[in-house]
Design a protein around this ligand. Structure first.
Ligand SMILES: NC(=O)C1=CN([C@@H]2O[C@H](COP(=O)(O)OP(=O)(O)OC[C@H]3O[C@@H](n4cnc5c(N)ncnc54)[C@H](O)[C@@H]3O)[C@@H](O)[C@H]2O)C=CC1
Ligand SMILES: O=C(O)/C=C/C=C(\O)C(=O)O
Length: 520
């Protein structure tokens, strides 16, 4: 490149690559391009409508790795506090205008985003799959949901109603809502685009502006989203995307006194750290969606010959979809004793056929995460758990790639108090345990610090409600999993978080409400 300064070199790579990245809409094109580069792709921030690298001379760079091969393919700036502050200032300036736009105007911008994303569906899916390790099929599902995130909130705001009430003929009251301000939107690495847009779409729809930070592990789709915002002609500063790690970039963002609210999805320990770091900023609204260790309950009546196939299919996808890297995954399966042996056998058979032989499980997101999951597998082995599938030594996929591949693991004989049973592993690892009766099933399910989701598989209508209503979980799915309607409240109980998002609940996060009393 004829350039010796690493930052200048990266700026050059950034400019040189942009068009080519945008033209890579198949895995083949993208991988050929990556392999042809003699330096990694440089990802940039999106601030005030511009794709740019941070200006701070002390900016360092973080490598981004393709989980399927373990090779570095991109590099991203670790944005320093001074540049984070500048992005927040841009969002504050934009807020003055954006918060005053009409709902029709905002709806139009969101609709354009959903249409543009639809037009580039394959491009986003390809890069998401490369960056995160998930299968292309799974990545497509997630891009579709990102499209829905924009389209749902683009129409939601057009139909929003405010009710007025007469109080004893003395006063007429109504709720007046206004945009809550500038938000820090922090998203994790398991469903990067899906979860980032789940925050950006409502934030903008309700008239707020944002500084968003994706995970440093998976920043590619956020970079592409910045390009898309530019193509969509969104006014500069309404959304700003800063790349970087948690301790430097994320911490500066969430603690800034110029930030009015934080919407965060990620691990429970990070959620606690954010809550602690902002504890003195009482006015700052916090919405925290954290980890889960969700139970799947299999009652004997769901294993009759006509129901068995669906039961096993639901339990398996709840356990292994996206390599188990979804906070809603059912990673603790409890089975009624009378069908326990049969379930373990049939479940293992199904997972072997569907996920292992057909290779519908991707690689896990990072080396750090790979080591964490393997640590739990080793722990299980040392506690004499039975491995029906998977094991400790499977570091390669069938083609011999050196990526972060972990075969689905099915474990039984894991003690109730084992960390394998109590910690969020967030990988393709499931435990199966028998229960004696309904009361026992509920007790085992609720024996967790987490309370995000629960899956109940039964043919008994009365039990669906009876058990469902006893689950200490924000989301309960009966005979289904991950069915989502974007207006329903989404969030967890216990250490799985605080606050709900979706439809009216997102409106509550991104607006402030005052009650007006007018003379009757
Ligand atoms: N959706 C979920 O429920 C997720 C759960 N996890 C769980 O958490 C475990 C740890 O994963 P991590 O990679 O540590 O995820 P994390 O919770 O640290 O990462 C989520 C996001 O938070 C940011 N972040 C980290 N520290 C921050 C801070 N002090 N202030 C502001 N932002 C900060 C990260 O940069 C990232 O964008 C995983 O193994 C998994 O068990 C992780 C990611 C998603
Ligand atoms: O909103 C959904 O449908 C799924 C959300 C998943 C997460 O928040 C997660 O895995 O972290």
């Amino acid at each position: 490149m004829g350039n010796t300064n690493p930052t200048d070199c990266k700026r050059q790579v950034l400019i040189d690559c942009a068009d080519t990245i945008w033209s890579c809409d198949t895995i083949d094109k993208a991988t050929t391009f990556i392999r042809s580069m003699d330096t990694p792709i440089c990802l940039s921030n999106y601030v005030s409508g511009e794709l740019q690298l941070p200006s701070s001379a002390s900016t360092t760079f973080i490598n981004s790795v393709e989980p399927k091969t373990g090779a570095i393919f991109a590099t991203l700036p670790c944005t320093q506090p001074s540049d984070v502050e500048e992005a927040i200032r841009q969002a504050r300036t934009a807020f003055k205008t954006w918060s005053k736009t009409t709902r029709v105007e905002r709806s139009g911008h969101l609709r354009r985003m959903s249409e543009l994303l639809r037009a580039h569906r394959e491009l986003f899916a390809v890069w998401e799959s490369i960056d995160q390790g998930k299968t292309l099929e799974r990545a497509r599902i997630e891009v579709d949901r990102a499209i829905s995130n924009f389209s749902y909130f683009s129409t939601y705001i057009l139909h929003e109603q405010t009710a007025a009430r007469m109080v004893d003929g003395v006063a007429l009251t109504y709720e007046h809502r206004s945009p809550a301000g500038v938000f820090a939107l922090i998203s994790p690495w398991n469903m990067p685009l899906y979860l980032l847009t789940w925050k950006i779409a409502p934030c903008l729809a309700f008239g707020c502006t944002a500084v968003a930070k994706p995970s440093e592990v998976t920043s590619m789709s956020a970079y592409l989203l910045g390009v898309l915002f530019q193509k969509a002609g969104l006014p500069g500063g309404v959304v700003n995307i800063v790349l970087g790690d948690g301790p430097t970039t994320g911490q500066a963002l969430v603690t800034s006194p110029l930030i009015d609210g934080v919407s965060f999805t990620g691990g429970t320990q990070t959620g606690i750290a954010i809550r602690q770091a902002t504890a003195h900023q009482i006015r700052k609204h916090l919405s925290l969606e954290l980890g889960g260790k969700n139970p799947t309950l299999v009652f004997a009546d769901s294993m009759t010959s006509s129901k068995r196939e669906a039961t096993i299919r639901i339990a398996a996808s709840a356990a292994f979809e996206n390599q188990g890297e979804i906070c809603l995954c059912g990673s603790r399966i409890y089975v009624e004793r009378s069908v326990y042996g049969e379930f373990v056998l049939k479940f293992t058979e199904h997972v072997r056929k569907k996920y292992v032989l057909r290779e519908t499980v991707g690689a896990v997101a990072s080396l750090q995460h790979y080591n964490k999951i393997r640590g739990y597998l080793r722990q299980a082995a040392s506690e004499n758990a039975t491995f029906h599938l998977g094991g400790v030594s499977d570091p390669q996929d069938k083609a011999g790639n050196q990526g972060y591949w972990i075969a689905p693991a099915i474990l039984t004989d894991v003690a109730r108090e084992s960390v394998v049973q109590t910690d969020e592993i967030f990988g393709p690892v499931v435990t199966i345990t028998p229960f004696e009766n309904e009361e026992h099933a509920v007790e085992l399910s609720n024996d967790s610090q987490y309370g995000l989701a629960a899956i109940v598989l039964t043919a008994d209508g009365a039990r669906m409600r009876r058990v469902g209503e006893q689950m200490e979980a924000g989301l309960v799915w009966v005979n289904c999993w991950l069915v989502r309607e974007l207006g329903t409240p989404f969030g967890g109980m216990k250490n799985s978080g605080t606050g709900r998002e979706g439809g009216d609940y997102s409106r509550d996060v991104f607006t402030v409400v005052r009650t007006l009393h007018l003379p009757a």
